[in-house]
Design a protein around this ligand. Structure first.
Ligand code: UDX
Length: 476
């Protein structure tokens, strides 16, 4: 492994770039590359999606994405197409951003990745660098290489050195994992902490370093398996941090401690760091749950006992019952009670509800016979597709509407809009002023002052005596 600065790169080239897959990773990546000044072809075999993107609709909510899409459709630097084979032929650097969903056993399903490799093999009309962006298990790059050689009828010649053997066409495979957070995808693309390039030839290394040369951050150069592992290890470690603080929060409740202050107290240690220490209802989303399971599966496959990660997952799954238990503790029986739900998206800044803990909580409360009034600033259309309105479920247009006649309000997503709510107005609309906060969004004192009975996570119901808040508050 070596580390170099992106600015040490050789001359910027104008190699056309193809991005395969225009979802939550592919579209921000394609537009980010266009923003770096490159000519980008974005391909997806979903013609309807491509049509919408061409018309300026990103097809999902991500802050700043619609604006950047408009900008680069106009500049001509981004060209969305539905002919994947033609897009492969046109590009020299090809980013794989297709889905890697999970199989029933937790293993990553690499069917779409293999399909892309086959298309590349059949359209290898000159040197190409095939780059994995999607999260894939270690040694996938080796499978990509084999697949390209196999489906190219022996005419393809893989690195090292990317020099073609007589009569063959050279190609390289690289791993350049994405670390984009939904809701902050463009910020993360344009201002990364680091860029990881797993390569097998100097040529591939130079192409990637050149590509990212406008970005000022450390570039970690390594082999492909190491780069693949870095991605899984990063997500597993962050998931572990969340499950850790969630267990600490349970303990805080038992001994009268405040988990926000504990997180601050440990997070100020540089070796620990302050991020990903927010206790709450647990992690969700398309990446953490799926990637953790795939990593556990990979360890099992190779005979490595990584039961630590099984426990991380187990703790996370238990957060649904933890939260529902809090609601019971707050209002006693759930059947027939009207509950206002603030937040459906798996986190703020997105309309994504995949593996959202909020939906699991709603499902449990529905089964218990509660009447649920739901609101989210962005995620209602996606939620309506999986939880249709019914006698028990209704959708509202604002937090204040949700509060009408409710026996309790449940805060499940930490949207800034919810932080700014007029608590007295909310309270006035409710049947019973109970607030159960699954994200520790509010200052307990302010909520009490507004006349609520307040239940949060790992903080007790009021500020512990003697908490000193001169630099950074002990509660949010
Ligand atoms: C994650 C990784 O952060 C990103 O690098 C990777 O490329 C894709 O997966 P994302 O899924 O968008 O990004 O969300 P993230 O911000 O990481 O949050 C994941 C989940 O953890 C959310 O449900 C969030 O609410 C929860 N979380 C996060 C906590 O419960 N506590 C925290 O302190 C942080």
């Amino acid at each position: 492994m070596s580390e170099i600065s992106a600015s040490q790169s050789a001359t910027q080239d104008n190699t056309p770039i193809t991005v395969l897959g225009l979802g939550h990773i592919g579209l921000p990546t394609a537009l980010g590359l266009a923003e770096l000044g490159r000519q980008v072809i974005g391909a997806d075999d979903d013609a309807r999606k491509v049509g919408l993107i061409r018309g300026g609709d990103p097809t999902f909510y991500e802050p700043g994405l619609a604006e950047l899409l408009a900008k680069h459709l106009k500049s001509g630097k981004f060209q969305p197409v539905d002919d994947v084979a033609a897009a492969v032929r046109a590009g020299s650097i090809i980013f794989i951003c297709v889905g890697t969903p999970q199989k029933a056993n937790g293993q990553a399903d690499l069917g779409q990745v293999e399909a892309v490799a086959q298309v590349v093999a059949r359209n290898l009309n000159g040197y190409k660098l095939l780059v994995e962006k999607s999260t894939v298990p270690a040694i996938t790059a080796q499978w990509l290489k084999r697949t390209i050689v196999r489906y190219n009828s022996g005419k393809a010649s893989p690195g090292p050195g990317s020099a073609p053997v007589a009569g063959t066409i050279a190609f390289d495979v690289a791993s350049n994992p994405e670390f984009l957070r939904e809701g902050k995808a463009l910020e993360d693309f344009l201002h990364p902490n680091r860029i990881v390039c797993g390569v097998e030839s100097e040529h591939a290394r130079d192409l990637l370093v050149n590509l990212y040369s406008p970005l000022k951050c450390p570039v970690v150069i390594t082999n492909t398996s190491t780069a693949e592992l870095i991605k899984h290890a990063a997500n597993a470690f962050l998931s572990m941090k969340i499950s850790f603080i969630n267990m600490v929060s349970d303990l805080c409740e038992k001994v009268g401690a405040d988990v926000s202050a504990v997180a601050r107290g440990i997070g100020l240690d540089n070796r620990i760091g302050p991020q990903f220490l927010d206790a709450g209802i647990g992690y969700g989303g398309y990446c953490f749950p799926k990637d953790l399971r795939a990593f556990i599966h990979l360890a099992e496959e190779h005979g490595v006992d990584f039961s630590l990660l099984q426990e991380v997952e187990h703790i996370n799954q238990s957060r649904v019952e933890m939260f529902v238990g809090k609601v019971r503790q707050a209002i006693w029986n759930l059947r027939g009670k009207t509950l206002g739900v603030l937040g459906l998206a798996f986190k703020a800044g997105t309309d994504d509800i995949r593996e959202a803990v909020s939906l699991k909580i709603i499902e449990t409360l529905r089964e218990e016979g509660s009447i649920l009034r739901l609101y989210d600033p962005q995620a209602i259309p996606n939620t309506q597709r999986v939880i249709p309105a019914s006698e028990q479920i209704s959708y509202c247009t604002s937090a204040y509407e949700v509060a009408q006649g409710a026996h309790a309000l449940l805060l499940l997503t930490e949207w800034e809009e919810f932080r700014q709510l007029d608590l007295a107005r909310l309270r006035g609309a409710m049947e019973v002023p109970v607030l159960v906060d699954g994200r520790n969004l509010y200052d307990p004192e302010a909520v009490h002052k507004a006349g609520f009975e307040y239940f949060s996570v790992g903080r007790g119901e009021s500020k512990p005596a003697g908490t000193h808040t001169t630099t950074g508050t002990a509660v949010k």
